[in-house]
Every structure is written in C-alpha cells, then in structure tokens.
Ligand binder design. Structure first.
Ligand SMILES: Cc1ncc(COP(=O)(O)O)c(C=O)c1O
Length: 404
C-alpha cells in the first residue's frame, strides 16, 4: 500500500517536532540534554498523588472510573472559576472547559476557528506545537517580532489589515524565549484586539512558575468587562507545570458560546478528559497542597536558572547573548549573526550535550542563530557541566569558521 497517496491533504502539512526527534538522541547515558521541555522528575508530588488517589478510589471510586461530562468535572470547573474571578473578570462555570492538557485546547481552537488560508498572528519565536496543531488546519502565519518585553505590539496594528482570525500570545516566561510581555504591551494588545474585533488566545502554562517580581495582569483580566465574562480573550491554563504533565489536565476560560462550541469539538476528539485525573487535580487544588507544592517547584527551578545563568557567563564566548527569565523553564541564546545553531548542534553531539536550534520556533523561517535551553530538567551539576560542554562546542565551531 502506498500510504502517502492515501493521506488527506491536511496530513501532508503535518510536521514532526524537531524536539521529539532530538529527544531520541539524548537517551544515551552521560548525555546532557537542554533540549526537552520536561519538568524536574524529582519534584513531582508522588506521595501526595498516591494518597489522594487512594482516597478518591475509596470514597468515590465508581465515579472516578466512570465516563464524565465533556465540559469537565464540575467541582474542578467551579473552583477554577472561583479562583479566576478573585483577580479577574466574573468567571462562571459556563466559561470553563477542562481539556486534556492545554495542547488539546490549542488544537480545538484551531478546529473551530481556522479555515484554510486564515491568518494567525504569532510571536517570533513562538510555541512550536501550536504551529504543528494549526498547520493541519491550513493556518497562514503573520509573525510579530519579540524583544525582552515580549511581542512588539507596535507592529500589530499594521497586520490587522489582513483580518487575522487569532492573535496567539504567550504572556509569561514564553516558551521558547523565557520573556514576559510588559504591562503596557498587554494593554495595547487588548486595545487593538478589541478595536478590530480579533480573538486573542492567551496561552499561559507558566504563570504560577514565577521566581521573582510581581504578577502582571492576565490578558483575560484586561479584556473582562462588567458581568459574566464575554471578552475576546480565550485563556488557557494547565496543571502540567505545577503538578504533573502526565495527568494531562488543562483548562480553557472563554465566553460561554465559545465554550459550547469547543465542547462539541472535544466530543469528537476524546469525549472528555480522564475523570480520575481531574478529581486528583481538584483535590490537590482544593486542599491547598498544590499551592505548597508550587513553592518547591519555584525554588528548584529558580536555583537551576541561576546555575545556568552563571555557567553561561563563565563558558559562553563573547558575542553571544541570552535572556534572563523571571520564571518558567527556558532561556534563549542568540549566537553571533550568521552562525547556524543547527550546525553547532552537530558539533555538540560529540560533546554529548543537546539543545534545540531556534529556527523551528519561527513561523517565518528566521532565527537560524538562536537556541533554546531548558533549565528545569537537568540537576544543577549537570547544568554546569552541560553548559561548559556547550560553550566548548561553540568556541570550536567559531574557531573552525574563522579558519575556513
Ligand atoms: C506554551 C505552551 N503551551 C502549551 C503547552 C502544552 O501543555 P500541556 O501539558 O498542558 O498540554 C506547553 C507545554 O510545554 C507550552 O509550553
């Protein structure tokens, strides 16, 4: 069978993530990888999950193992609505959908909004797996550059002439760059979106992983008016970074009609998110255990970021620059202009260290001289060692280029 000839047109637009391909390489022992986006395995609250799982099974076992509503486990939706209403617009239960990770929310948004050829505004760089999802729906990307204050919103107005369907924004400690959108730009983004009636997708998995500084207002908060939430922002959250990505529990907050449409799309995808997993997330959130655990994660990642920043200072050659994220899991390195990070990666394999070359995160194909480094997954001594190896590989690469 010639399978390629059988696939739908959308399948031909699907690409394999460069990161997943790379991760296969990194499985060798002694390999130090800054390539993945994995949380630190040592900080998973294994005991707390074991205890709460046993209790749920004992007290509500049949419900935990039964099919559930597509909208999600009602107590979890209510609690999320209550938490968001505390510092934002009035969010009711009808504004909340539980999804199988926020990745599913990204895909469902593509499914209900994006027609082939529709323009979608993305930051440059942006989250790779959103591009992967929306490629299948035939999205056409309009890239907006980002600096150390996030998306350069001054350039947005000019793009509105193309009538984009969505503006996709990662406001906090962006994946891949680690930068945070400033308060002024948040306000400007919402003002432009409102005036042009354009949907804003706020993808915010790292908000609670802040190491320093004050929280900035959510985009959905800025978009909320009086009464029940009905604004143009669709906001995505997840338990992946503060509890466990393996549980696959995330959520969408949006105007009620959008939630209803997403529910229909989700029915066709997976009927509902795992009931048991939602109950675990709910119990840990309700009891306050998650808030306590979040501090462990923040302290661990802050220490790892600091080790990486110090090691970069020590080991990387002059002419390289990097971001100083106030939270999250990634930082972003810019090599001298004209250096291809993918070629540098080839040199890194012999040093047994890996990162993700930055070009894949740019919808417009730019960013060849950039790289993403993850600091959450490797232990501090590995980070020191790995950055030294990486610095050595870059210097060797630069020296060879000078000779050639
Ligand atoms: C920006 C961004 N959005 C969405 C996701 C998907 O997260 P989830 O595990 O909730 O599906 C990630 C995961 O790394 C991410 O970095």
């Amino acid at each position: 069978m010639d399978w390629t000839a059988q696939y739908a047109i959308r399948t031909r637009q699907m690409t394999s993530s460069a990161i997943r391909e790379l991760l296969k390489l990194c499985e060798q022992p002694d390999f130090i990888s800054f390539a993945g986006g994995l949380p630190a395995p040592e900080v998973f609250p294994v005991e707390a999950v074991a205890e709460v799982s046993a209790r749920i099974l004992r007290e509500s076992g049949a419900q935990a193992l039964q099919y559930g509503a597509t909208e999600g486990y009602r107590p979890l939706r209510a609690l999320l609505a209550e938490e968001l209403s505390a510092d934002g617009p009035a969010v009711g239960i009808d504004n909340v959908l539980i999804t199988t990770g926020s990745q599913q929310a990204i895909d469902l948004i593509g499914k209900i909004f994006i027609n082939r050829g529709d323009a979608v505004v993305v930051e440059s760089p942006t989250y790779l797996a959103a591009l992967q999802s929306w490629n299948a729906y035939g999205a056409r990307y309009l890239s907006v550059d980002a600096d150390e204050h996030g998306m350069e919103t001054d350039h947005l107005e000019a793009l509105m002439a193309e009538r984009p369907k969505l503006v996709y924004c990662l406001p906090n400690f962006q994946n891949p760059s680690g930068v945070t959108l400033s308060a002024e730009r948040r306000a400007q983004l919402i003002e432009i979106a409102r005036r042009h009636e354009v949907i804003v997708v706020e993808d915010d998995p790292y908000r609670e992983v802040r190491f320093e500084g004050e929280h900035l207002p959510r985009l959905i908060t800025l978009a909320g008016g009086d009464g029940e939430y009905n604004g143009e922002v669709i906001s995505l959250g997840t338990f992946s970074k503060i509890l466990s990505p393996g549980l696959r529990v995330g959520w969408v907050i949006a105007a009620a009609p959008v939630i209803r449409q997403l529910v229909q799309a989700k029915q066709g995808a997976d009927l509902h998110t795992a009931t048991f997993n939602q109950m675990i997330a709910y119990e840990l959130l309700r009891s306050g255990e998650l808030a306590d655990h979040r501090r462990v994660i923040v302290d661990t990642y802050r220490a790892r970021r600091d080790v990486m920043l110090a090691a970069l200072e020590e080991s990387f050659p002059p002419g390289t620059a990097w971001t100083h994220p106030e939270g999250g899991m990634f930082l972003w390195v810019t090599l001298p202009e004209g250096i291809d990070a993918a070629a540098v990666l080839d040199h890194c394999v012999s040093e047994q260290v890996a990162f993700v070359p930055g070009q894949a995160f740019h919808a417009d194909g730019s960013g060849a001289n950039t790289m993403r480094l993850n600091f959450s997954n490797a232990a501090p001594e590995q980070i020191r060692d790995g950055i030294e190896r990486l610095g050595r590989a870059i210097r060797r690469f630069l020296a060879r280029q000078r000779v050639a």
